[in-house]
Design a protein around this ligand. Structure first.
Ligand code: NAG
Ligand code: NAG
Ligand code: NAG
Ligand code: NAG
Ligand code: NAG
Ligand code: NAG
Ligand code: NAG
Length: 487
C-alpha cells in the first residue's frame, strides 16, 4: 500500500492529493476505506477515469458506496483501477484521495498471500489482520505464515489478530489472515497478507569483554605503533546504552588532546542477534611511560560496566631475547627435611646472584609454578636463559635417572648448543666416573665450581672464591651491582 501525499494550497481551501492501493483476490469481498478521520459533511466516491459517481447500495448492486467505505461484493477482475473519494467539509473545503485497486486472479500453484500485501508491522508478536476492521461482521477462519496454516501453542488467536509468543527471527515472514464476511446472508472470503518483522525488545546482557583478558601483558617495541582491540558483547539486539571505550590510567582516551592515542569503534550483530561493539585503541608511537601505564577497556550497557586492564612490556629486554641469566637445575630432596641444597638454591643463590649482583634466575618451584605444564614450561624457560646452572651432588651419582627437567636441560645445552652450562659441585664427588656421559663431557671441557664450607661463624654467602668463579662464568649483568663485593 504505497502512500504518497502532496499538499497544494489553493485560494480558499485546502486540497490534498493522496494515493493508496488495495489488493484483493478475484471473487473475494473487498471493502476499502477513505483515509481521513476528522469530521466531514459527506463523502462521494468516483471512478477516477470516468468521473462516474458510485452510488449507495441498491438491491443486487455489486459495487456501492456507504460513507467512508467502498464495497466490492465480490470483486471482479475488471474492477482493477483507480477510485477517488472526495471529502466535503463544513467550510466548503474538500479533500480528495485516489485509491488504486488491484484484483488478482487465483492461479493454480500460486500461493494467494504472495500477492496481497499490506504494510509490514514490526512488532513484539501481535499481528493484526489488515483491513479486518472494514468488515462489520467478519470472522477469521485461518492464519497462514508463508502460505502454511499456523498451528501450535506458541500462537494465541484473538478476534482480529494473532499473537506469537516470544517471537524471534524465524517468525519473520508473510502472514495471511483468511476470514469470512457475511453480508445480507451471503458469505464472502477475504484474505489479507502483511509482512511481519520480529521486533523483540533489545535485551541487555551483563557486558562481557571477550578480549583482551584482564591483566594481559602485551609485548611491544618502543617507538612502534600499537593497536589494542577490545571486543565486548552487550546484549541481544542493538542496545540504547552501549559503550566500549579505552581509558589510559583511568582517563578516557577521548580526553587526551594530543594525538598519540585515538580510538575507533565498530558494532555488529553476531548469531542470535547478539550485539557486539569493538573499540580499537590506536597508539601511534609507544613511549617509555606507556610501559608503566594501565590500559583499561570499559564496556558499559544499561545493566552495569565491566573492565579489563592490560599493561605493556618490552618485547625482549635484551638483544638476545633471553629473560633469565640462569636456569637452576638441582636435585629435589626426597624427604621433607630441609637440606642444604634446597637452602642453597632458594636462599643463598638468589641472595647473592639476584640481590647482590642483579642477575635474574629461574628456579623450578619458585618461578615455575607446580601445575604448569612442566615439560614445556621448563623447556621454554631454559630457552630463555643464558646459562644453565647444574647443582652437582651425590644424588646425581646415586640416581642414574636424572629428573625430567635435567634431561631436557642437558638436551638443550648439548644438542641444540644453546645455553652455556655451569656446574656447581656442592658436595665432593671424588670420581666423576658414575656421572652421566653428558655431564662428564662438560666437566672435561670446563671443570666445576667447588663449594667449600665457609669457616664457622661466617655466612654461607661469604664464600667469596666460589662466587667469584660463578660470576666469571655468568653473563655480564645489565644491572650495576648494588654491592661490588660479595663478601
Ligand atoms: C486522481 O487521479 C486523477 C487521474 O489520474 C488526477 O487527475 C487527479 O489529480 C488525482 N487526484 C489526486 C488527489 O491525486
Ligand atoms: C491509476 O493511477 C495511477 C496514478 O495515480 C496510474 O499510474 C495508473 O495507471 C492508474 N490505473 C488505472 C487502471 O487507470
Ligand atoms: C459554502 O458555500 C455555500 C454556497 O456556495 C455558501 O452559502 C456558504 O456560505 C459557504 N460556507 C462557507 C463556510 O464558506
Ligand atoms: C517495513 O516497513 C518499513 C516502513 O514502512 C520499511 O522501512 C521496512 O523496510 C519494511 N520492512 C520490510 C521487511 O518490508
Ligand atoms: C454475522 O456473521 C455470522 C456468521 O459469521 C452470521 O451468522 C450473522 O448472521 C451475521 N450477521 C449479520 C448481521 O450479517
Ligand atoms: C472461500 O475459500 C474457501 C477455501 O479457500 C473455498 O473453499 C470457498 O469456495 C471460498 N468461498 C467463496 C464464496 O469463494
Ligand atoms: C595500574 O593499576 C594498578 C592495579 O590496579 C595500580 O596499582 C597502579 O597504581 C596503576 N598504575 C597507574 C599508573 O595508574
Amino acid at each position: 500500500m504505497g502512500y504518497v501525499c502532496l499538499i497544494f494550497l489553493s485560494a480558499f481551501f485546502l486540497v490534498s492529493m493522496t494515493s493508496e492501493s488495495f489488493d484483493a483476490m478475484e471473487g473475494d469481498a473487498l471493502v476499502i476505506k477513505c483515509p481521513p478521520r476528522s469530521s466531514y459533511v459527506r463523502i462521494t466516491w468516483y471512478h477516477t477515469d470516468s468521473n462516474k459517481i458510485i452510488p449507495a447500495e441498491e438491491d443486487g448492486s455489486r459495487i456501492f458506496s456507504s460513507k467512508r467505505f467502498l464495497w466490492f461484493l465480490p470483486t471482479s477482475r475488471e474492477d482493477s483501477g483507480n477510485y477517488t473519494c472526495v471529502i466535503h467539509y463544513s467550510n466548503n473545503g474538500t479533500k480528495e484521495f485516489n485509491i488504486s485497486v488491484q484484483v488478482h486472479p487465483y492461479k493454480q500453484g500460486i500461493c494467494f498471500p504472495s500477492q496481497i500485501r499490506y504494510p509490514n508491522n514490526t512488532g513484539r508478536g501481535k499481528i493484526v489482520c489488515p483491513t479486518f476492521d472494514n468488515y462489520k461482521n467478519a470472522t477469521i477462519i485461518q492464519w497462514y505464515k508463508d502460505c502454511k496454516p499456523i498451528q501450535g501453542e506458541r500462537y494465541f488467536k484473538g478476534d482480529k489478530y494473532i499473537y506469537i509468543n516470544n517471537p524471534g527471527k524465524e517468525d519473520d515472514g508473510f502472514y495471511t489472515c483468511q476470514f469470512i464476511y457475511t453480508h445480507n446472508g451471503k458469505v464472502f472470503n477475504v484474505s489479507a497478507t502483511r509482512i511481519f518483522v520480529s521486533n523483540v525488545k533489545y535485551s541487555p546482557l551483563p557486558p562481557q569483554i571477550l578480549f583482551p583478558k584482564h591483566k594481559d601483558v602485551i609485548e611491544v617495541d618502543l617507538g612502534a605503533a600499537l593497536s589494542l582491540k577490545c571486543q565486548a558483547r552487550l546484549g541481544i539486539k542493538k542496545q540504547p546504552i552501549a559503550v566500549v571505550t579505552w581509558d589510559v590510567n583511568s582517563i578516557p582516551v577521548k580526553y587526551f588532546d594530543f594525538s598519540r592515542f585515538h580510538e575507533e569503534t565498530v558494532f555488529f550483530e553476531g548469531h542470535d542477534q547478539e550485539y557486539y561493539r569493538e573499540t580499537t585503541l590506536h597508539i601511534t608511537e609507544i613511549k617509555k611511560e606507556d610501559l608503566q601505564a594501565n590500559f583499561t577497556c570499559v564496556a558499559v550497557n544499561e545493566m552495569e560496566n565491566t573492565k579489563a586492564t592490560v599493561t605493556l612490556q618490552l618485547k625482549a629486554q635484551c638483544k638476545d631475547g633471553k629473560i633469565y641469566d640462569a636456569y637452576i637445575i638441582y636435585p629435589k630432596s626426597r624427604t621433607s627435611e630441609a637440606n642444604f641444597v634446597e637452602n642453597f638454591v632458594y636462599q643463598i643463590l638468589p641472595d647473592v646472584l639476584e640481590n647482590k649482583y642483579g642477575y635474574k634466575l629461574c628456579i623450578y618451584g619458585r618461578d615455575i609454578c607446580p601445575g604448569e605444564d612442566t615439560a614445556s614450561a621448563v623447556e621454554k624457560r631454559i630457552q630463555k636463559s643464558r646459562r644453565l646452572i647444574i647443582i652437582v651432588t651425590q644424588q646425581l651419582i646415586h640416581h642414574e635417572d636424572l629428573a625430567y627437567d635435567q634431561h631436557i636441560a642437558l638436551y638443550n645445552a648439548l644438542i641444540q648448543n644453546g645455553a652455556k652450562v655451569i656446574l656447581l659441585e656442592m658436595e665432593t664427588i671424588g670420581t666423576y666416573e658414575k656421572l652421566q656421559e653428558s655431564l662428564k663431557y662438560i666437566i672435561k671441557q670446563q671443570g666445576t665450581v667447588k663449594w667449600k664450607e665457609p669457616p664457622t661463624g661466617q655466612p654461607q654467602s661469604s664464600n667469596s672464591k666460589f662466587w667469584k668463579h660463578v660470576r666469571y662464568r655468568m653473563p655480564l649483568t645489565h644491572k650495576t651491582s648494588r654491592s661490588a663485593n660479595a663478601g
